[in-house]
Write a protein that binds this ligand. Structure first.
Ligand code: SF4
Ligand code: SF4
Length: 234
């Protein structure tokens, strides 16, 4: 769920925490809550995008029918039933590297998007929630631009992951090079076994934990199972 920025800010800085220059995060829109490997997720996003650009957006009923049909399909594919997977997530760039909101008034590839006032109102959350949500990791800017990540699938698992980023910052004493190296080292594993991070996870208090406890916390947070309980129990 990504906020629109004022025009002037957009011109000065086209990057945001959710949408970097070459990668993006769609965790709070549910992208990690699908029981897919990366190839299948890629196909899913391509299908969403193709179907979406072919609907008549100016016809409310058609847009709502699209949403309801996709929500039904998603039901069978969702890992955590309590976390919503929005059917309006797709590819928002021509090279299909960046995921994002197909209803976003400036990022959407739909030819008629500019003709609607608040297109995100076609979604389950609606315009005001989609525009105002900031996950805790984003609020604290836990993953700085200096830490390079070159895949949106990986970025969507790390950037919204408050607990993992806080623990890494603590362990590596905020050294961004070390954090980047750690992420690189684990990227293959995270690409094969995607973490169902949604950004709504309970925040773990890491104050007063020993180095060993933090290391063990990080190991747990790199496992898919840790995210499937109601609360993360470590
Ligand atoms: S409409 Fe869906 S994809 Fe778009 S910001 Fe809202 S939740 Fe995310
Ligand atoms: S989870 Fe956080 S970083 Fe990711 S899109 Fe949502 S607000 Fe942005």
């Amino acid at each position: 769920m990504t906020k629109e920025e004022p025009e002037e800010t957009k011109k000065e800085n086209s990057q945001t925490y959710c949408q970097r220059k070459n990668v993006s995060c769609s965790a709070c829109c549910g992208i990690n809550n699908l029981d897919f490997d990366e190839n299948r997720l890629r196909e899913y996003l391509t299908k969403n995008t193709t179907e979406f650009i072919n609907i008549n957006l100016l016809n409310d009923k058609e847009a709502v029918r699209y949403r309801m049909r996709k929500e039904k399909e998603n039901q069978k594919l969702i890992l955590k039933q309590e976390v919503y997977v929005c059917p309006f997530v797709g590819w928002i760039d021509e090279t299909r590297k960046k995921t994002g909101c197909l209803l976003h008034s400036t990022g959407s590839p739909h030819k008629d998007i500019g003709r609607l006032k608040n297109p995100q109102n076609y979604s389950f959350y609606g315009h005001s929630i989609c525009q105002s949500y900031d996950c805790p990791a984003k609020s604290k800017n836990l993953l700085s631009e200096r830490i390079k990540i070159n895949s949106s699938f990986l970025y969507s698992q790390i950037a919204p992951n408050y607990n993992l980023l806080s623990a890494l910052r603590f362990l590596f004493k905020d050294n961004e090079k070390d954090i980047e190296d750690f992420i690189k080292k684990n990227s293959k594993k995270l690409s094969k076994n995607r973490l169902p991070v949604d950004s709504f996870e309970e925040i773990i208090n890491i104050k007063n934990k020993t180095k060993e406890e933090i290391e063990s916390l990080i190991n747990s947070l790199l496992k898919k199972e840790s995210y499937l309980d109601d609360e993360i129990c470590l």
